[in-house]
Design a protein around this ligand. Sequence first.
Ligand code: DSN
Length: 421
Amino acid sequence: MTGPKYQMHLDAIKQYDPDLFNAIEHEKKRQMDGIELIPSENLVSQAVLEAMGSILNNKYSEGYPGKRYYGGNEFTDVVENLAIDRAKKLFGAQHANVQPLSGSPANMAAYYATMEHGDTFLGMKLTEGGHLSHGHPVNFSGKWFHNVQYGLDRETEMLDYDAIRKLAIQEKPKLILSGYTAYPRSIDFKEFRKICDEVGAVCMADIAHIAGLCVTGVHENPVPFFDIVTTTTHKTLRGPRSGMILCKEEWKEKIDKAVFPGLQGGPHEHIIAGKAVCFKEAMEPAFAEYAKQIVKNAKALADELLAGGCTLASGGTDNHLLLVNTIKSKNLAGKQAETTLDKAGIYCNKNTIPFDERKPWDPSGIRIGTPVLTTRGMQESEMKEVGRFILEALDKPNDDAALSRIRSDVKEFCAGYPFYV
Ligand code: DSN
């Protein structure tokens, strides 16, 4: 089974700006000729690309539908309302703000809507699966607010809800954040809701990675019972590179004010149009099949790597991603594993593994995921092949000739799953 085949139209760029055209063409070729395993990436449909490249780019629309600070917004209001209505329906949300430019700005707006400078919130450590914007000291979220970080259970490398509850009782945070960027297991959002209720904290999740799984029931969807949920729209949700905030009615005014005029100016209506398309696509039955297949593929890839002697954080996966401890598996640091796979046309990112003793710039592992390959139409049998390519490459980090041969094999394999032609 292969995915759709989309024809890109870059005629004007080709004629006017050949240097740029060549760069885009090479990037398209790279995307099509390689095995893309970065779990936060995806391939969008032609309709999403067309929306992003549309003349909606030309319009200033500061404000919200019906309350703009510029004239001439009758049609951008239609666009933004389509995105809002579809987002609410798709996620079961009482309110949706579709203007955040990406994930970090969405988180920033959510914090500003709920906390004052110096207030305490709980978030997961970056090294154990959190995100910079979840309270890391180098990030605004850790500088402006008092962040207390929770981690994983050392034994299981999974969330320990009792430990989080204890920390919450001790710290009395204003907000507790769940949702991660490198956590391969399911999150018990109901347990987070209970903890928040026990300590009177705002219950927030950042579901950027798993949004596509949440809207299809492949992972529990926290939106109906959480106060505030942020997400990006370009990961498993397979939409334009952007962000969004979903919240309960009681947070609507504060969230909207935090986004505009609090943080942002004119919304990017062309990208909001891309979100409207993406939400429509995500309501199709085919998208539910896609989301199920992402997880089946991740599990199949995990099995192949485990059979090949790899060590995976927490021993496996429940979602779209895996964390491979490359030091334990192949005596390779994450950085070298990433470079080795790159040479073979296999793309991933170096990543810390739970309780990593190495630094994030050269950690002990890599993070890989299946959203892109699943979009290309690959299934479990193809994951076996992908696993074999990974293992073969990781066994030959210093053999450029072998890596180059694997790269050719990868290219031939990928040719069977065209997407952009
Ligand atoms: N950079 C994203 C990721 O790769 O997970 C998170 O923002």
